[in-house]
Design a protein around this ligand. Structure first.
Ligand code: DGL
Length: 274
């Protein structure tokens, strides 16, 4: 019978974005087992209603607990975390970690002039989750929050550079560029793949912050606190399983380009509803 600590960490996102968090987790905690589900059949979550996103996230989280027996869940999607993190934390039998608070703390720490920005999906920005998280991290900090509809679709098409995405970014980033910020949080797990374009537009004086590394540190801390870290003496490296509710071949091919060789194959995860 496998040790309790051998149970995997479960993660989910609407698609490929959460792979930025998976990468950080694998790098920081290489011997942890991991199950990742990308809900590509129902992406993007950003423009969907909070009711739909909540339903999807609850379905994914329950599957991770019951079908995969995970020991912890990482909601590797800002849109889902903004809507349903607290509910999942209150109802599930395992610890649940989101990306919003770790990101907010990191961007506040990165700012010297105490003016920060966050960009995210329409759903994330409308939820005002970052207003609360940044104020909790530091009440003096002024936040400019701007939605970037369309960014996720460019990433999912692997069109992370080029004229079209740059033109869209010029337009969407204008409010944060004009706000005098010195640190910008990429408040969507897909956006780190657009870092090149975003940093070109924001200029060298604005630090880009992504929540992936910070979230991985929070996971490590939570595992240690609950005595659930997989023993370092475990002979094997962690196993990493990847699932997609859409085209698994496409998920494996594009996902490998984003995450690296650990994503050698993907399996199918069946949604219960649309
Ligand atoms: N990557 C997700 C996020 O962090 C979701 C993007 C989407 O599906 O619209 O918000």
């Amino acid at each position: 019978m496998p040790a309790e600590t051998d149970r995997p960490i479960g993660m989910f996102d609407s698609g490929f974005g959460g792979l930025t968090v998976a990468r950080a987790l694998i790098d920081l905690l290489p011997n942890e087992n991991l199950v990742y589900i990308g809900d590509t059949a129902r992406y993007p979550y950003g423009p969907k209603s909070a009711t739909d996103v909540r339903r999807f996230a609850i379905e994914l989280a329950n599957s991770l607990v019951h079908d995969f027996k995970v020991k912890m869940i990482v909601v590797a999607c800002n849109t889902a975390a903004s809507v349903v993190l607290h509910e999942l934390q209150a109802t599930l039998s395992v610890p649940v970690i989101g990306v919003v608070d770790p990101g907010a703390q990191a961007v506040v720490r990165a700012s010297k002039n105490k003016k920060v920005g966050v960009i995210g999906t329409a759903g994330t920005i409308a939820s005002r989750a970052y207003e609360g998280a940044v104020a909790k991290a530091s009440p003096q900090v002024i936040l400019t929050a701007t939605p970037c509809p369309g960014f996720v679709e460019f990433v999912e098409r692997n069109e992370t550079t080029g004229v079209a995405v740059t033109q869209l970014a010029e337009k969407l980033l204008a409010p944060v560029r004009d706000a005098g910020i010195d640190a910008l949080l990429l408040g969507c797990t897909h956006y780190p793949y657009l870092s090149e374009v975003i940093s070109q537009i924001m200029g060298p004086d604005v630090v880009l912050v992504n929540s992936a590394d910070e979230t991985a540190l929070v996971v490590q801390e939570a595992l240690l606190k609950t005595n659930m870290a997989r023993s370092l003496s475990s002979s094997s490296k962690g196993e990493h399983e990847f699932y997609s509710s859409g085209d698994v071949q496409h998920f494996a091919e594009l996902g490998r380009r984003f995450l690296g060789p650990e994503l050698s194959a993907a399996k199918y995860w069946q949604t219960k509803s649309n």
